[in-house]
Structures are given as C-alpha cells and as structure tokens.
Design a protein around this ligand. Sequence first.
Ligand SMILES: [Zn+2]
Ligand SMILES: [Zn+2]
Length: 258
Amino acid sequence: MLIDSHTHLDMKDFDKDRSQVIERAMKAGITHIITIGTDLTSSVKALQLANGYDFIFSSIGYHPHNAENIDPSTLKELSGMAAESKIVAWGEIGLDFYRHLSPTEKQIEAFEQQLDLANHFDLPVIIHNREADKDLLEILKKRGDSKYRGVIHCFSGDYDLAMTFIQMGFYISIPGTVTYKNAFRVQDVASRLPLDRMLLETDAPFLTPVPKRGRRNEPLFVTYTAKKIANLRKTDFHEIARRTSENTKKLFRLPDVP
Ligand SMILES: [Zn+2]
Ligand SMILES: [Zn+2]
C-alpha cells in the first residue's frame, strides 16, 4: 500500500508510454495516484485520466507559473468541474518567486482567489511554495482561517517551517529529493516530522529519486522515497507506506479502490 499524492501524468513527457507507466504503478501496488492540474487545459486532461482508471484521482487549479493566464472565465470553467467525483483537491496553487514566471501581483491574486474557491467547494488545497515563505505565510495568516485543510507539496524548507505549517493544519509532502546525497535539510525534516502529518509524492516527471536519478520520474518511484524515509527513521518500509497512505486518504477523502 503506497500512494503518489502528487504527479503530472498529463504532461507530454508521458505521451509515448502513459498507459504503461500507469500499469506499472498499479501492478507494483501503488493504490492511489493524484494527478495534478496546473492550468485549465491540464486540469481537464487530469480529470480525463482520472476518469479512465479507478485508482487515479485529480485536482484542478492554476500553478503560480500560469497565474498570468487566469481570467474570470477560466476560473468559472474550473469551478464547473469542482463537483466531479474524481476531483479531490484544488491545486496546485501558491507562489513561486524562484522561477518567477508570472508577476508577483498576479501570483498573489491567483493564490487568494483559488484559496477562496477551494473553501467554497470544500476541497483541500495543494500548495506550491518556492522561495516565497514569507509572503505565503503572511497571506495564509492574514486570511484568519483558523485551520487549513491541505498540503505543502514538495516541501523544501526546514523543520521549523514544517512545524509552522502543521500548526496551521497542513500536511507536509516529501518528494524524491530526500534520496539525494546532500539533501540534508529535507532529510532532517523527513526524519523528525510527525508521521501523522507526512505525505509522499513523486512530482513526476520531475525530481527523480536515486537510484533512477537522471531519467524521467514516474509514480512507481515513490517506492524509493518511502524506503529512504524508512531508513532515515530506522523503521520499516511498510510502516511508512501505511501511515502516509492513511494520511493521504484522510486529507483527500480518497475511497478504497477495489
Ligand atoms: Zn509544485
Ligand atoms: Zn507539481
């Protein structure tokens, strides 16, 4: 039992062998995959994929990179999809001041609008945060929502920041970077994070874990991330797999898949 809580199966990197990638994950015992929307087109594709397989679920949303392309009609279209049974989250949304592909003001506006929409549709949020800790926390705090339901995906901050998000109600998702030799900070977080707050993800096709680093990532490789975390915490792989799966199912209200 193992879940990839964040992957991008709609991306063109999977065009040649998407169904094999999905079959491989299924056969190896990945029980659920959440494939993530990053704009309107990608959200539509993600939902189509989810509708094609019992064990795939999807999210809808605009990545901060694409914030500039949002207009009222695109958000309306996304909203129209929110009640679909396979849509389990709003995201990924957030701020990215590292690549900074959309202007700051646009990113902030898109983030706040989509936090409202997630609230309105009672969906958990999937938050992307790159080099934007301060602004992101400020926005979340000033809204005054007492508790958030969501995850900080691909977490790359330190342990104290992780605990700050946890106190606000968030889960923390650990990607394959935890397997990298010099990834001391994320390894420290993965070693000490309360296990009832941890999710696992691949963020495929990106961030391929060791020993597959250098090639395209895929959902099956979440296994390497779980193994590494089990090592770091001196516990059993199955314990990590079971606990992170329970957390993911709880957060996204995922059903058992036959
Ligand atoms: Zn992201
Ligand atoms: Zn992503």
